[in-house]
Write a protein that binds this ligand. Structure first.
Ligand SMILES: [Zn+2]
Length: 85
């Protein structure tokens, strides 16, 4: 699995709405890709903060913004190369 594929599935993964095969592929990716691990961890914490403030459903607009922020970060990293990391 590539990082772009991982990021596309990330919100589904955190929601727990995916089949077991995709889930294990994501977990495999997390085990070796530090970048995606950090993104996953940060996103998970963001969601937990929302849950703590008693918003149990992640609003659609937040989900969209979160995803585009992650994708933008991923694109920027590709353009600027490793020295930006
Ligand atoms: Zn990755």
């Amino acid at each position: 699995m590539k990082c772009s594929e991982f990021l596309q599935e990330l919100t589904n993964y955190l929601d727990g709405v995916m089949d077991a095969k995709t889930k294990s592929e994501l977990e495999d990716h997390l085990s070796w890709c530090h970048n995606c691990y950090v993104v996953c961890d940060t996103t998970k914490k963001t969601i937990e903060i929302y849950r703590d403030s008693q918003l149990y459903e992640l609003p659609d607009d937040l989900r969209t913004r979160l995803r585009s922020a992650i994708m933008a970060k991923c694109q920027a990293r590709k353009k600027t190369g490793p020295r930006e990391v």
